[in-house]
Ligand binder design. Structure first.
Ligand SMILES: Nc1ncnc2c1ncn2[C@@H]1O[C@H](COP(=O)(O)OP(=O)(O)OP(=O)(O)O)[C@@H](O)[C@H]1O
Length: 255
């Protein structure tokens, strides 16, 4: 399932956010979209699943125009996890079950309920499945949103900072889960991130956005101090540690 974005251009009224964006995502790839605050990463995800209508350019999945898809088709192709999950008065189980909507008839089938149960277990929320969302922590809520996107069984997961509210162990487990899913299912994923080291550990491709344009689109070996400095304005070294590449800022903190 190949996603192709060509010459994408997006404005919020007069404010130009994205220009001349070209991207390709292949089945099984896990892409990290990186760049400073406000550069347009969330906007890019929302253009890809047609939540935002771009001013120009095309978005296709297997040559089908996403901008012409109906909402049910979009939900079958794309699972979206927003940066800030909403917390309505419903249980975690019911919230995750909503992810099955594109596949369900009037009522959930036994298979839908089993998939919800399995996703909650997989994400470590089995014990909390009957807890109301407005009684959950930010990290638990974030996991509910990820479980909902997983049961949707989309071809492409769009994850907006999927680990931003999670502690170290949960960050690690969620990124491992996302990676395992892209390896074992016909699913690819794009996630926006700020933690370059987590991105380098788990992603296959790295798209750096600078001033609304793609500055670099590289594999892990292509992430260089020059790119990081150009995009973030911070001098860094990139070191090897236990087989992983680590980005270490050079600047020392003021004492
Ligand atoms: N609904 C909106 N209306 C107008 N401007 C917006 C809207 N949403 C975002 N923006 C602006 O568009 C730009 C890109 O925002 P976006 O949220 O895509 O950035 P981001 O790279 O995801 O940022 P962050 O890393 O801080 O989450 C920012 O300047 C932001 O202020």
């Amino acid at each position: 399932m190949k996603l192709q974005v060509k010459d994408l251009d997006f404005h919020y009224r007069q404010h130009a956010v994205l220009q001349q964006i070209d991207l390709e995502l292949h089945q099984g790839e896990l892409m990290a979209v990186l760049g400073p605050n406000g550069v347009g990463k969330t906007t890019l995800l929302r253009c890809i699943n047609a939540m935002h209508r771009p001013r120009g350019g095309t978005i296709t999945v297997e040559d089908i125009n996403v901008l012409r898809m109906g909402s049910r088709d979009i939900a079958r192709h794309f699972g979206y996890v927003a940066q800030r999950g909403e917390s309505a008065r419903m249980t975690a189980f019911d919230a995750v079950l909503l992810g099955r909507t594109p596949h369900m008839g009037w009522r959930p089938a036994r298979d839908d309920l089993q998939k919800v149960e399995a996703a909650l277990q997989r994400i470590g929320l089995g014990e909390l499945s009957l807890r109301f969302l407005d009684e959950m922590s930010g990290g638990e809520l974030q996991k509910v949103c990820i479980a909902r996107a997983l049961v949707q069984e989309p071809h492409i997961l769009l994850l907006d900072e999927p680990t931003s509210s999670l502690d170290l162990k949960n960050q690690f487990e969620i990124l491992q889960t996302i990676r395992a899913i892209t390896r074992s299912h016909p699913v690819s994923a794009i996630m926006t991130m700020h933690d370059l080291n987590s991105a380098l550990r788990f992603a296959d491709r790295f798209v750096f956005v600078k001033a609304g344009r793609i500055y670099a689109d590289v594999a892990a070996s292509g992430v260089t101090p020059t790119i990081v400095q150009a995009v973030y304005g911070v001098e860094v070294d990139i070191l090897e540690h236990s087989g992983y590449r680590l980005v270490v800022p050079r600047a020392t903190c003021p004492q």
